[in-house]
Write a protein that binds this ligand. Structure first.
Ligand SMILES: [Zn+2]
Ligand SMILES: [Zn+2]
Ligand SMILES: [Zn+2]
Length: 125
């Protein structure tokens, strides 16, 4: 079940492959004549993130950013901090390290988030 705000957010995210902030999504909706409020956008993003329909990450600036990813599988992101370009990557070494580290400390039911930020080859250093 999706709400009207969730559908609006999904449509707005479908237009971009970058990670975008709630404010950016809100501005985009407004530009399309959609009157969904910022609070509704936040709430929609939160539930979409919880259900795994959108990926969320913390930018270098500590801001939450959202993206509709191509895969439902667990994955990681390479994010260009200059142009916002995103590459979805698998991290087998990271998975192994996370499991091993957790089990060494007796942790169960673990999860992790790993995003790699940098400048992509198309962006001047
Ligand atoms: Zn993703
Ligand atoms: Zn770039
Ligand atoms: Zn992982």
């Amino acid at each position: 079940m999706t709400t009207k705000a969730q559908r609006a957010v999904i449509t707005a995210l479908a237009d971009t492959s970058r990670f975008v902030s709630a404010q950016e999504i809100h501005a985009r909706l407004r530009g399309n004549g959609d009157s969904t409020g910022l609070t509704s956008v936040y709430r929609a993003l939160q539930s979409l993130a919880e259900s795994g329909d959108v990926d969320v990450l913390r930018t270098d600036a500590g801001e939450a950013a959202y993206r509709r990813c191509e895969t439902d599988q667990h994955h990681h992101h390479l994010v260009c901090r200059d142009c916002g370009r995103v590459i979805e990557v698998a991290g087998r070494g990271v998975e192994r390290w996370a499991l091993q580290t957790a089990s060494e400390h007796g942790f169960r039911d673990i999860s992790h988030t790993v995003e790699v930020f940098g400048s992509c080859p198309d962006c001047p250093g």
